[in-house]
Structures are given as C-alpha cells and as structure tokens.
Write a protein that binds this ligand. Structure first.
Ligand code: ZN
Ligand code: ZN
Length: 360
C-alpha cells in the first residue's frame, strides 16, 4: 500500500508524461527517493500505470524492505538484465526514462536488454514535478533550515581575526552534524576579504582579518532535504562603502522577497532585485540568478531568473540571494529560503540579515 503522499506524487508523475506511455523507468536518486522513500544510492523504479517495482542490489536489500513504500522489491545481480526481464514480463511497449541521468554506457545496456520497447527520453520535465512541496516536505525543509541557522548562531563568536576560513567551515559543519544533519548540502563557503568577491569561493586557508567581509554560504541535508542560506558579516566596524554595498544588497533581497506570491511570474522577483542593484549602479556586479528551487537537490527547479518563464505556485520553495561582488575589494550576498504562499511568502532560514559586526 502506498501512503497518501506517495500516491499523490505518482499521480503527478503520470500527469506529466505522455499519455501513450505504459511504463516509466526512474533512475535519479532524488526522484527514486521522492516516489518510494528509499534513501540509498542504488535504486531503480519500474512503474506501470497500475503497479510498480523497486530494484536494488544485495547491499540494500534490507534497507529497501524497510524504506520502500508500496512497491515490490527485487534484488538483482545484473541490473539491466533484470530490467529487461521485468519490462518484458510487464508487457511494457513504450517506456519513458530520465535521459539526464543515464550515461551513454547505461543507455546502451538498456537498449540491449529491452528488445523492441520504444524508449522515450525525459530530461528537465521530470525535475519540475518536485517544485511544489507537500506538507511533509515543508516540515522537513523547515527543520533543515532551522538546524543550519542554529549552527551558524553558535559559530558566529568563533569568527575572529587570525582564524582560517576552513576552520570556521569545519566548526559550522560539525555543529550541523551534531544537530542531526546527514551531510552538508554543498561544500561550505567561507570567503573573507577580497575572496568574498568570488560568488563560489569555497573556503581557503586564508586568515580572517580586521575589516574583512566574511561571506558564509552553507547548508545541511536533513532527511534527504537541503537547506541553503548566506550571511555576510563584517569583522570590526564597517566602512561607509561596506555599509552602502550591504544596504543595496539587503534592499534588493527585501524587495525580491516582498514580490513573492503565488500567481506572479518568477521573473518579476528577479526583476525586483536586479533593477534595484542596477539603479544603484552595480548591475554588472550581480552576475547570477536571484534564486533557485531547493528540496531533495540543493539546486532544482524553479529558477528565479530573468530568463524564467513560469509562474510562482503555492508551495514552491526557493532561495532569494542577490549579491554584489567587486573584484579585489570584496562582496556581499544575502540569501534566504522562502515558501511561496497565496498571499506572500514565509522565510524559513532564520539568521538575522542585518549587517552584523563580528570579532570585536
Ligand atoms: Zn547558498
Ligand atoms: Zn543558493
């Protein structure tokens, strides 16, 4: 028996794909987890419109029996041979598959084993069916964001002149794991001084210095779901220029969040941040999208960009993260994760976003 959430997710999947398909092959770990609950790394789903099978290897046999919701579990020795056998047995004639997730070698194995079955590739479309989160996902996403923000709060007193960026990153990651995180959502970025001008600067052995901006972009994975938040601190008292740049980014961030509401175009949210930064003269120093969807993947649909065509739907969860990066001088990014509602949004990342002086 499928639980209600999984049943609804399956319905969403079948609505999204071609009516002529009588089978779907799900291979990406995120979609396998989304549809079955399995959290391991070797899992494949073969779905028909009336039934479903979960395939894994011997290492995961026990875990699959405990986690997989509503599907018969098959343990294989040779994955593609087993897939071929099952697809023939189920009399599938037209099979959709995740082309973004199948290597050329695996594709060739699949073709060899399924005989005359018509294979229909699905790329981006299958990622879009996770954009609207259900109540259970929202609960887990909020918990992930909470664990991360609490961890940062504990680590802030540790940010001082003389401490290396990687030491701060390590403290933060340790704290997130201590609080129940499964992993970090991505490599923690602690970028200070001139390095804060690198939008994806990772963390180096550079020591924090007085007067530095310290940009911390970090996230945790909790029960499979990611958090994502960026805070930019200043070591000591900010200069007038630091205050000004921070103020522009903060205003862009606030304007964009204010614009979030179901029914609006995603592009309108990007416009709010981008236009403000542009008006203040820093257009070319904001060189990435305003935000991205987040869930089982740290970067997923929808993209909050000037290129986005879609509209915001209630229950979408995405980041708002404008920034200004001045080469050799430094940069500021302020990032929160929000849930879109019918009237506005709810911010789930918890850290204070006013300019905070540290290391005093
Ligand atoms: Zn981030
Ligand atoms: Zn982000």
């Amino acid at each position: 028996m499928l639980s209600e959430n999984f049943e609804k997710r399956l319905i969403k999947l079948w609505k999204l794909v071609d009516r002529a398909l009588d089978g779907m092959l799900i291979t990406s770990p995120e979609n396998v987890r989304y549809l079955s609950g399995f959290s391991g790394t070797e899992g494949t789903l073969v779905l028909t419109r009336s039934t479903g099978f979960f395939l894994t290897d011997g290492r995961y046999a026990t875990q699959a029996k405990e986690q997989v919701n509503g599907f018969s579990v098959i343990t294989f020795r040779d994955k593609f041979r087993e897939l071929g056998r099952l697809i023939k047995k189920l009399k599938i004639r037209s099979l959709g598959f995740e082309s973004g997730n199948l290597t050329v070698a695996k594709m060739s194995d699949l073709e060899k084993n399924v005989g005359s079955v018509a294979l229909k590739p699905y790329a981006g479309k299958l990622d879009s069916f996770r954009t609207v989160k259900d109540a259970e996902e929202v609960r887990v996403l909020k918990k992930a964001a909470f664990i991360a923000s609490e961890s940062l709060r504990e680590v802030v007193p540790f940010i001082k002149p003389g401490v290396r960026e990687i030491e701060i990153a390590a403290e933060l990651e340790y704290s997130m794991r201590q609080k129940g995180g499964d992993d970090t959502a991505f490599r923690t970025i602690v970028a200070s001084g001139y390095r804060s001008a690198l939008p994806h600067g990772i963390s180096s052995t550079k020591k924090i210095e007085k007067g530095d901006f310290v940009l911390i972009d970090y996230g945790v994975v909790y029960q499979g779901y990611c958090s994502d938040e960026t805070c930019t601190f200043v070591v000591g008292k900010p200069t007038a220029k630091q205050k000004r740049i921070y103020g522009i980014v903060k205003k862009a961030h606030d304007l964009a969040i204010k614009a979030v509401k179901s029914g609006k175009f995603l592009k309108e949210v990007d416009d709010m941040a981008r236009n403000h930064i542009g008006k203040m003269g820093y257009k070319r120093y904001f060189n990435h999208s305003t935000g991205h969807g987040i869930g089982l993947c740290v970067h997923e649909q929808p993209l909050v960009s000037f290129r986005s065509k879609g509209k915001i739907q209630r229950g979408m969860v995405f980041t708002i993260e404008p920034g200004i990066y001045l080469p050799k001088w430094g940069g500021v990014r302020i990032e929160d994760t929000v849930i879109a509602k019918s009237s506005g949004s709810e911010i789930i990342t918890r850290s204070d976003k006013t300019l905070i002086s540290v290391g005093l």
